[in-house]
Design a protein around this ligand. Structure first.
Ligand code: SF4
Length: 358
């Protein structure tokens, strides 16, 4: 694909955005910090879900200094339910860098932004353009879908070749724009609301006049569908180990998936084990306690980005002195009423609801 001058579509796109943009809290008061928080929250997450989280988060941590000063457990608690918790841990790490090295303000150079934890090419371009007006185009899944249609590009849009081709053309287009911020937000808005994955609203699209897919009747065929990878499924058992009306939880290591969140001791079933045997073994291996399964509480399914899990929960009673507890990670004995003080993966909230009914 050759480089060519953008047509009139960038101006049409920005005009459309200015007439149709949604009233969102991070657009009402635009500071680099608020742009940053909103862009991190919006990754993989719907706008409607993000809005209340955003408002609570910036009320609790109004700037990079207050975020840096917070305990990571409080940041994870504020993030609880939003998923992809590495985003929260990276925000916290980046806030430390900003507070320590940049006087508490996000730097306005692309090189410095790109060096912060959690700043990949998309976030760097989004913050640089929206917060500082720098001409770097955002390229994410939505943008790739829109322009695979607009320029009728065949092939796997996730491939480096096509991604870079689209980025290069968008860089040409944004360079001529007076407001790189509006241009990028217009791209995001168009991908979310008009050029949708299944039913693009071509009748309401500001790019329709120049859209090659529309002119060639290819809007349903692009982007080309790639074969989905089969994602693994895990069978996991966990133990709710009671002691004097309290049960045991352990905090996951910060470098693990769901790092910093709390969980019941448990793990993957090994070959030849029953799930009850898995729970007993995992409790012994993880926290050094001998337990006996009293009953199965529930079985819940949960999906993560790279796998799905069926998790079976067993209530267990101690067969040893609780002082034998040995764990390299932080642990706590808590009541059901105290669960709100800790950040848990979403699947645990389902389990607590069942335990409360027991
Ligand atoms: S005209 Fe239709 S297919 Fe083309 S960019 Fe607009 S919404 Fe997408």
């Amino acid at each position: 694909m050759s480089r060519r001058r953008p047509g009139t579509w960038p101006d049409s796109l920005v005009r459309w955005y200015r007439r149709n943009r949604r009233d969102l809290p991070w657009r009402r008061e635009t500071t680099p910090y608020r742009v940053w928080i909103s862009e991190i929250m919006l990754q993989q997450t719907q706008v409607a879900t993000v809005v209340p989280y955003f408002e609570r988060f910036v009320a609790r941590f109004p700037d990079a200094r207050s975020l840096a000063a917070a305990d990571v457990a409080d940041v994870l608690k504020a993030w609880e339910g939003l998923g992809y918790y590495s985003r929260a841990r990276n925000l916290h790490r980046a806030a430390h860098v900003v507070a320590r090295d940049c006087g508490g303000e996000l730097p306005c150079s692309v090189e410095q932004l790109a060096g912060l934890p959690g700043f990949g090419p998309y976030t760097t371009a989004a913050v640089a353009s929206i917060a500082f007006g720098l001409p770097f185009p955002v390229v994410d899944g939505n943008v790739l879908r829109v322009f695979s249609r607009f320029w009728a590009i065949a092939g796997d849009v996730r491939s480096t070749r096509i991604r870079e081709c689209i980025r290069t053309r968008l860089a040409d287009a944004i360079a001529s724009q007076r407001s790189p911020s509006d241009f990028n937000q217009a791209l995001m808005e168009l991908g979310a609301r008009v050029c949708r994955p299944r039913d693009p609203d071509c009748g309401g699209c500001p790019l329709a006049q120049e859209c090659e897919a529309l002119q060639r009747g290819l809007t349903r065929d692009l982007p080309e569908r790639q074969q989905r990878r089969r994602i693994p499924h895990l069978r996991v058992a966990v133990g709710v180990v009671w002691n004097n009306g309290r049960f045991l939880i352990a905090r996951r290591g910060l470098d693990q998936m769901l790092g910093g969140l709390w969980e019941f001791p448990g793990g993957k079933r090994e070959r030849g084990e029953t799930l009850a045997e898995t729970a007993v073994r995992e409790v012994r291996e993880e926290v050094g306690l001998d337990v006996r399964v009293v009953r199965r509480v529930c079985t819940v399914r949960h999906g993560y980005s790279h796998f799905t899990v069926t998790l079976t929960v067993f209530e267990c009673e101690l067969r040893c002195d609780p002082a034998q507890l040995r764990c390299t990670r932080p642990t706590a004995w808590i009541t059901l009423a105290e669960t709100d003080r800790y950040a848990f993966p979403g699947v645990n909230r389902k389990i607590f609801a069942v335990l409360r009914r027991c």
